[in-house]
Design a protein around this ligand. Structure first.
Ligand code: FAD
Length: 399
């Protein structure tokens, strides 16, 4: 009997976690991970905030709520086992006015239902004890929210795959996928390879790859760039852990925050501006075909009509350091423009439905022998090990 051949498209943190898990539950399977880049974790995995979320905000019983909670526990254990930096520096969510307090109450309720460990409500005095330079009229403190090095986690998953006999095929772009009676044919560069099952974890290209197998256009990926500033070393002591605003329920992924990094630095950001290319990390990066695709997507057109004011405000913040920092200064008033320098940027693969709504939860589509991850934004990196368990349960459930 020949062994089962399974391919995972995408060597980001989710694809690698899935391939690693398949190796654990399907002994004897031939596992191949394909990526167009020459290194693992080249895109979202290496361009994010590095926060291991505790699961405060997510709708109870949603995939995000369940998989973030389990994923954060699994990741903590994994990092300990592998000696990867993992620092439970804690997260403070700050309310600065009465309407924030109402939203903070709602988040506290959700966080309790999500069984977030150690969560507590804090008053201004306790806020100052946790973060001496921050202000707020009320706060929620999550002491177990942590930071880690997600690219190092991805590299460790890749090592596990290879150690278990799997293959990483890097620098090879998947150009086509065809469902055949005898399997799934994947065209990589100019060669065609046949697999019994395929899992698509292609991040910013997840919609394009899923469409190759005949999946719906919906939801389409709309790339949003998130830009960061970085505190100069002399100002690192302004922030001890993680300081977040109360999220606006209409724009859950917006809200510039302060993030301590495992390298000792502190980032301020990210904002969210439309990226003019799916992998457009710089403002000047521009892909006519990517942009045209976004502009043509009815979901994007509806989103833009509804939220154009917020879009313009984010663009102003992108162009003006002072405006960007004005939003951060609400939480740390002594922050000066000269305290930061430009940092990196990431591009979020945010799925948008045809009706213009942002897909909130993780979304996975089944297409016979192919399974496609269609939306895995934050807390996707935190949840990677739990997403992998979930995907393997789905992939093999009919066996
Ligand atoms: C600005 C920002 C901040 C974030 N902050 C956090 C955070 O603090 N905590 C958290 O948990 N999550 C965070 N996230 C989310 C997290 O980064 C993602 O959920 C996670 O990285 C998704 O992993 P992935 O493997 O799906 O995607 P990716 O890491 O993007 O990997 C997808 C891979 O698919 C490959 N690929 C695409 N097309 C092809 C093709 N045709 N052929 C071969 N390979 C292909 C790409 O090269 C890429 O390597 C953040 C994301 C961003 C952008």
């Amino acid at each position: 009997m020949t062994s089962e051949r399974i391919a995972v498209i995408g060597a980001g943190i989710i694809g690698l976690a899935v391939a690693r898990r398949i190796g654990q539950v399907r002994s004897g399977a031939e596992i191949t991970v394909l990526d167009k880049e020459n290194i693992v974790g080249a895109h979202q995995t290496s361009h994010n905030s590095g926060v291991v979320h505790a699961g405060l905000y997510y709708k109870p019983n949603s995939l995000k709520a369940v998989l973030c909670r389990r994923g954060s526990v699994l990741l903590r254990e994994y990092c300990q086992e592998k000696g990867i930096k993992f620092d439970e520096c804690g997260k403070l969510v700050l309310a600065i006015n009465e309407s924030d307090v109402i939203e903070l109450n709602r988040i506290e309720e959700r966080a309790k239902r999500n069984e977030v460990e150690g969560l507590r409500r804090v008053e201004p005095e306790a806020i100052r004890e946790i973060e001496p330079h921050a202000v707020g009229i009320a706060g929620l403190y999550s002491p177990r929210t942590a930071i880690t090095d997600f690219p190092a986690v991805a590299r460790a998953y890749a090592d596990d795959i290879v150690a278990a006999g799997g293959r990483l095929v890097l620098g090879q772009e998947v150009k086509a996928i065809t469902l055949r009676s005898n399997g799934v044919a994947v065209k990589v560069s100019e060669e065609e390879k046949l697999f019994d099952r395929v899992v698509i974890c292609a991040g910013l290209q997840s919609d394009e790859i899923a469409e190759m197998v005949g999946d719906d256009k919906e939801p389409a990926i709309v790339p949003f760039r998130g830009e960061y500033y970085r505190l100069v070393p002399a100002k690192h002591d302004l922030v001890k852990g993680l300081i977040y605003p109360v999220p606006d329920p209409n724009y859950p992924f917006l809200g510039v925050h302060f993030t301590r990094r495992v390298d000792g630095g502190v980032d301020v950001g990210p904002n969210a501006v439309l990226a003019l290319a799916r992998e457009g990390y710089l403002r000047r990066d521009f892909s006519p075909s990517d942009l045209l695709e976004t502009l043509r997507w009815p979901g994007f057109q509806k989103l833009a009509r509804k939220h154009w004011k917020m879009g313009i405000s984010e663009m102003i913040g992108s162009l003006s350091k002072h405006q960007f920092l004005n939003r951060a200064r609400i939480y740390i008033p002594e922050l000066q423009d000269s305290d930061v320098v430009r940092g990196g940027a990431g591009v979020r693969a945010q799925a948008v439905d045809r009706d213009g709504s942002l897909v909130e939860d993780f979304r996975i589509h089944h297409l016979g022998k192919v399974l496609a991850v269609r939306n895995a934004p934050s807390p996707g990196a935190t949840s990677s090990l739990a997403i992998a368990e979930h995907i393997c349960d789905e992939l093999f459930k009919s066996d």
